[in-house]
Design a protein around this ligand. Structure first.
Ligand SMILES: Cc1cc2nc3c(=O)[nH]c(=O)nc-3n(C[C@H](O)[C@H](O)[C@H](O)COP(=O)(O)OP(=O)(O)OC[C@H]3O[C@@H](n4cnc5c(N)ncnc54)[C@H](O)[C@@H]3O)c2cc1C
Length: 294
């Protein structure tokens, strides 16, 4: 299907892109196009002006900036999974990238598209929220940083305004006693969205959990922090019994629906299993025992 009647803009800087967003009513940003082009071809959205981010060098690259990692908006899952910086400091994100789609989609898609699409099953948000990541949003007048934990407001809804461009994702460098793990269940090996996913983070101090976060994906309108289950871990020595108790609590905090990928009942069972697994791996990582699987 050929898309016609659209004007295509190729700005060279983020500033030019936000100027276009401000000037052209109803314009949409195109990053990898793996979500937007599907919507356009299915007639789910109608756009007259498309602003491509492909030629903007400033939106690319993964770099260490003092106490945090900056992931440029148009970094692809393939670049993320090949990044030694991400592998070293944030292996859960390497694994989230590795689990996504297929090589064709991983080479085209971007982290900003994955976040701003705000599809509840998206793979990057849960581990990013567990890692206290923030996004930088730019418009013609200003720029602001928003913690990802407060970014999602509903399915396909976020606090990103129509004239704002997501330019960077910032991930604080984790302390050596912090471990994060991302676990996901899909129906097929490739090109399959999560039926349920869980990212768990544990920070240890003197043999006890100083801080914990269990973030659930694909089981609510947005990624959700299982706050009661996370609080249950705090101050306790990690053990399989404590992880099992937290997993049982997390199961009750998800609000899944039934759809073609799985029933609400099945998704709740998955939360239980994936939480237990992710806590065990996060614990190993917090002790420096486990890196990425490949
Ligand atoms: C076959 C297939 C398999 C898939 N499998 C997975 C999977 O396993 N896991 C998964 O999580 N997703 C999957 N997806 C969904 C999709 O690939 C991802 O969500 C992808 O990361 C979207 O990025 P993109 O750059 O292609 O976004 P685009 O399609 O370019 O844009 C998506 C939306 O975000 C907006 N946008 C993009 N960049 C910015 C920006 N910088 N600032 C503001 N708004 C912006 C666009 O305007 C648009 O509304 C799959 C898609 C397909 C087609």
């Amino acid at each position: 299907m050929i898309l016609s009647g659209m004007r295509f803009h190729s700005p060279r800087t983020a500033e030019e892109a936000v100027q276009l967003l401000s000037d052209l009513k109803g314009a949409r940003v195109l990053a990898g196009g793996t979500d937007l082009l599907v919507d356009l071809k299915q007639g789910l959205t109608d756009v007259k002006d498309v602003i491509s981010l492909q030629d903007i060098e400033g939106l690319k690259g993964i770099t260490k900036e003092r106490n945090r990692i900056r992931i440029g908006a148009t970094s692809t899952p393939q670049e993320i999974l090949s990044s030694s910086l991400i592998r070293q400091y944030f292996p859960a994100l390497t694994e989230a990238a590795q689990s996504m789609a297929s090589i064709q989609i991983r080479t085209l898609a971007t982290i900003a598209g994955n976040i701003t699409s705000a599809v509840p099953s998206a793979d990057f948000p849960p581990s990013l929220i567990a890692a206290d990541a923030a996004v930088e949003l730019l418009c013609t007048e200003s720029s602001r940083e928003v913690p990802l934990s407060g970014f999602f407001t509903g399915p396909r809804e976020t606090v990103c305004r129509t004239k704002e461009l997501l330019v960077s994702v910032f991930v604080p460098l984790p302390s050596s006693n912090t471990g994060i793990s991302y676990q996901k269940c899909t129906l097929r090996e490739a090109n399959s969205l999560a039926v349920a996913s869980v990212a768990s983070r544990l920070t240890l101090k003197n043999g006890k959990t100083e801080r914990a976060a269990i973030v659930l994906g694909a089981v609510a309108p947005t990624p959700v922090l299982a706050s009661k289950a996370s609080a249950h871990l705090q101050g306790k020595a990690p053990s399989s019994e404590v992880f099992e108790e937290a997993a049982a609590m997390a199961k009750e905090e998800g609000k899944p629906i039934s759809d073609i990928r799985g029933s609400a009942w099945y998704r709740k069972e998955l939360i239980h299993v994936l939480t237990r697994r992710s806590l065990s791996e996060a614990f190993e990582r917090a002790q420096g025992k486990s890196r990425t699987k490949k």
